[in-house]
Design a protein. Structure first.
Lengths: 369, 449
């Protein structure tokens, strides 16, 4: 079976009921500062989950970072990594840890906002020391997946019973990998309520195809905008080289569309490792462009081998009921992504079925309300 | 004593401030600072103040506003022992002529379109400027990430003025009215002018002025930061004479919008592409040497000799962006200092062309993590040293700035007000030399050699 066939088979998995969805454990750890020994803390967390080596040894690992929004947008002048971006020290620690666990190749990816240029330059613009990160482990590489990048063609990921798109055309990096890791921040999201390891994957859609300035027919390999019109609002279709929307008569409400796009992306391109950084972050929204956001220091890390269970626990740690229906916090304006993912059989959103290791949810709770 | 002999410092070295008091005691606040030229309102003129200032090495210019008796008032200033007068506003052309005939020194701080570029003027100055800083006008319809902030700046037209004239360049724009101005904004405004080789005529917001004269403790702290920055700038005044570096030239003049803010020069500066203003009036072969790209903003404004220079430039391998006929900006009109809406649309077209032309090429320096900053690359007269001015327009320090320079350098050092110069590690990169700067507060200068 080829990688492509395997991914298609996974995406086509039958919808399960909530009790059948997988419910692997989630590790929670206290980590008050980025100056702590992050490899040691993370290493212990993955050990609590059965070890990282069994998943990554001799494999190519693709790590999706969270570098949302232009690096020019800082919150109160703070470094991006302590508010809404992945923190470079976490990136260095993960690279080190993956190498120690036997990873053959480590590729950090993100669809850099408003550019198809090298991810390294975007990281420099974010104030990161790229030379230092490259030396954190052997065979570390970076790729901007906002366009074709280093690939020759886009990879198509089919969605079984997709409500919004029947398939996604993505950068090759999401196919040319053995293990896919989502490295997210513990944050609220203005539309989706929370943005954790699953919502982070929304950013794997290339703006060259799904962006507001995507070509009508072919991808625009020099994208400069976000994805509001294609994804959030459904005002236009992606570039015609990619599959068009399933039903343009369906709801245009971002609160309907976004949770479904996220869930369907997670079904099409499954996440093998979920890591959520809540050491220092932002509450009230996903970035400084959201009104009334605030800087918070929960001092927490969460990890799991299933994104739904990990996000479910993370949502609870943020002080919310992960099974809240639309209209209740945190899903005030949107459908509950966790429940949609559970209905797809991607993982359980039922706290009663999810074992936590390390800190308990009660001890870790930090209110984002 | 001859009037001219009262001048304590040469005009080129004047560090001017609109001083809010005629009280002799207020001069204490200037002791030990770089300020050596105060501009005071007519109601505050006195011989006592002028004498005390002169003893302290400070020149006093009496501020005059347009009026029928401006000449009489100027004579009164001279009689009181003031060093000269500052004509602030749109004066009739007969006034400066009469002052010159009367051997009264004067500076003209008026409309931008009337800035003196040549002749016997003491300075090239205007009181029309934008208030520099990050434009914080919120788009309330937006709930999604966007690009970087726009920085309001006077650097584009100031850099043109410096290139077009041998006179010292002053800008005397006042702070916005009824606004509390944090000290950082004063520092940004001073630095905005300084990095362009010009000087801001410091003008205090009313409340700040009152508190300063009353010696309010917090205001004195702010004043100390301002004077520290002024001292830093004047300690390195030789940098003001260095020439613009980089490989991109903009051929433009007053007639094609060079005195308007938000134009081509500002657009390129926001992209942190080093740019060399090439005033059409001074265009020559030497000016284009070292450039690999050029923008000719107004092809119809060139004479045959100037056209020939640009032909030689392209024959020598240079890339010239020349727009179609009609691709021209208006010159500045009275009361107008920024581009009109229809001109912004033209600018957008130029911007797209420029972006295509430059791409991600390094045209002298590429900077990273500088979204709240503007920069200016300058080269020493002997070509052995290069400096990069970095002005931070946010009210927070910026950490981890990366600079990638073309060319090979052996040493890098960063200078910042109130800090000892810091040697920096350099490393080779594909295009030349890389340097990482740990932190820039309000203003820093990277020197490489």
């Amino acid at each position: 079976m080829t990688r492509r066939e395997l991914l298609s088979a996974l995406a086509a998995a039958p919808l399960l009921n909530a009790k059948e969805a997988p419910a692997p454990p989630v590790s929670i750890a206290r980590c008050k500062s980025y100056t702590e020994d992050l490899p040691a803390v993370l290493g212990q967390m993955f050990d609590q989950l059965g070890g990282l080596a069994r998943v990554v040894r001799n494999k190519t690992i693709t790590v999706k970072l969270n570098l949302t929004g232009s690096p020019a947008l800082k919150f109160q002048g703070r470094a991006l990594g302590v508010t809404h971006y992945s923190h470079p020290k976490m990136v260095g620690a993960v690279a080190y840890l993956l190498e120690q666990a036997g990873a053959r190749r480590i590729r950090f990816v993100e669809s850099a906002w408003g550019t198809g240029g090298p991810l390294e330059e975007y990281m420099l613009d974010s104030g990161w020391n790229v030379r230092q990160l490259k030396s954190a482990a052997k065979n570390v590489e970076f790729e901007n997946t906002n366009a074709l990048g280093l690939g020759k063609k886009y990879s198509r990921f089919k969605v079984e019973s997709g409500a919004v798109f029947p398939a996604f055309d993505l950068n090759h990096a999401y196919e040319d990998t053995d293990v896919f890791m989502s490295m997210a921040k513990l944050k609220n999201h203005a539309t989706c309520g929370v943005t954790l390891s699953m919502k982070n994957i929304f950013g794997i859609t290339p703006a060259s195809i799904y962006g507001d300035d995507a070509g009508d027919k072919a991808p625009n390999e020099s994208p400069t905008k976000g994805r509001v019109n294609v994804c959030h609002l459904g005002k236009r279709n992606p570039a015609a080289s990619a599959p068009a929307e399933v039903d343009t008569a369906s709801s245009r409400d971002p609160g309907y569309r976004m949770p479904r796009i996220v869930t369907e992306l997670c079904a099409a391109r499954p996440i093998d490792i979920a890591l959520i950084d809540g050491i220092e972050t932002m509450a009230g929204g996903e970035g400084p462009w959201i009104r009334n956001v605030r800087w918070v220091q929960p001092g927490l890390l969460l990890a799991g081998f299933n994104p739904v269970t990990t996000d479910t626990v993370a949502t609870a740690v943020m002080g919310y009921d992960p099974r809240s229906p639309k209209g209740q916090e945190p899903f005030v304006k949107c459908d509950n992504t966790l429940l949609l993912a559970e209905a797809r059989g991607l993982g359980s959103a039922d706290l009663k079925r999810i074992e936590t290791r390390g800190l308990s949810i009660r001890d870790a709770t930090f209110s984002f309300r | 004593m001859l009037f001219a002999c009262l001048l304590a410092a040469s005009v080129a070295d004047w560090v001017p401030v609109h001083w809010p008091s005629g009280d002799v005691k207020s001069l204490e606040l200037l002791k030990g600072t770089a300020v050596n030229c105060v501009l005071i309102e007519q109601a505050a003129w006195s011989k006592e103040f002028a004498d005390a200032a002169s003893k302290q090495g400070v020149d006093v210019l009496g501020v005059l506003k347009p009026s029928k008796d401006a000449l009489d008032q100027a004579r009164k200033a001279k009689d009181m022992g003031l060093s000269g007068v500052s004509l602030e506003g749109d004066f009739d052309a007969s006034v400066p002529k009469a002052l010159a005939d009367s051997n009264i020194r004067f500076v003209e701080i008026g409309l931008r379109m009337r800035m003196r570029m040549e002749g016997a003027a003491l300075v090239s100055a205007t009181n029309q400027g934008v208030w520099p800083g990050i434009n914080t006008v919120e788009d309330t319809t937006k709930a999604a990430p966007s690009g970087g902030p726009w920085i309001d700046t006077n650097t584009g037209f100031l850099r043109f003025a410096r290139a077009a004239s041998d006179l010292p360049v002053w800008i005397a724009n006042p702070p916005p009215p009824k606004t509390i101005i944090p000290v950082e904004r004063y520092l940004q405004t001073i630095s905005d002018a300084a990095m362009s080789g010009a000087r801001w005529v410091i003008t205090f917001e009313d409340d700040f002025a009152k508190k300063l004269i009353a010696r309010d403790a917090k205001t004195l702290e702010a004043w100390a930061r301002i004077t520290q920055l002024l001292a830093f700038i004047e300690e390195h005044k030789e940098w003001r004479m260095w020439k613009p570096g980089g490989q991109m030239s903009v051929v433009q003049d007053v007639e094609s919008g060079a005195l308007l803010s938000g134009g081509v020069l500002d657009m390129i500066a926001v992209k942190h592409t080093p740019v060399r203003p090439a005033p059409t009036r001074r265009l020559n072969t030497a000016m284009m040497q070292g450039s690999s790209m050029a923008v000719n903003v107004d092809p119809s404004g060139l004479n045959d000799a100037q056209k020939q220079i640009l032909r030689e430039f392209t024959r020598g391998g240079g890339t010239l962006l020349t727009g179609p006929p009609g691709w021209k900006f208006p010159s500045a009109k009275p009361g107008e200092i920024t581009l009109a809406k229809e001109d912004l649309e033209k600018l957008d077209a130029i911007w797209k062309e420029l972006n295509t032309m430059t791409g991600r090429r390094n045209l002298g320096a590429r900077l990273f993590n500088v979204s709240s900053m503007l920069s200016n690359l300058l080269v020493s007269p002997d070509g052995k040293q290069t400096i990069l001015h970095l002005v931070n327009y946010s009210n927070y320090p910026v950490d981890s700035v990366t600079v990638q320079l073309t060319g090979t350098y052996k040493r890098a050092r960063v200078y910042q007000p109130g800090k000892k110069p810091q040697d920096l590690a350099i490393y080779p990169i594909e295009e030349g030399t890389g340097v990482d700067i740990e932190q820039i507060r309000e203003y820093g200068v990277l020197l490489v050699e």
